[in-house]
Design a protein around this ligand. Sequence first.
Ligand code: JAH
Length: 231
Amino acid sequence: MLKFDVVTVFPEYLEPLKLSLMGKAIDDGLMSVDVHDLRDKTHDKHKTVDDSPYGGGPGMVMKPEPWGDMLDDLVNDETVLIIPTPSGKQFTHSMAANFATKKHIIFACGRYEGIDSRVAQHYKTRIRVEEVSIGDYVLAGGEVAVLVMVEAIARLIPGVLGNQESAVDDSFALGSMENLLEGQIYTRPPVWRDLEVPAILTSGDHAKVAAWRHEQAVERTRQNRPDLLGE
Ligand code: JAH
């Protein structure tokens, strides 16, 4: 049972985690998701979570005290704390597979320019803390990155995927066993708007199908992700 806690000033942003594959995983007791409103740890009338940056500069920074009060309530010895930030390590499928083996993950969602750095610094002395980026773009906050990461992690928890999709397909998350992208896929009808399904796929020759798919995967990787081929 993997327990996710998400801390945010926009709890409604995490509602999609109750749907579809992840909703079913929760209902089946394979994981839990609890969302916490950071403003519950403020004490002033305006529920202030931000302040201006020391040293000047644009925007606002999240104050450390509400974070400390919230995280102290949630953290235990087995917790991994993940902080989504464009300055983090790139999130990958293998990172997701590692997180899927953990008992407890807390996501700390920043807004504005981010969270006072002492929050990560403090918890790093107590537990594993990972600053993680889902790609080289800036969002309005960490919430959407959490949706991405929880979905990627959840489908790697044993029992979450049905026999249809399955963990074996995960070696196809990028490509075959190599670092290749998936090739093109087709279903009925055999002709659609004058476009035919490649004849090899309906030939019944499984060895030829496998070889053709590998060629297509290499070509698509060369086109879209030459970096994966070292090119
Ligand atoms: C933006 C806090 N790598 C995607 C990503 C993750 C987090 C944020 N932006 C982009 C972000 C503002 C405040 C986090």
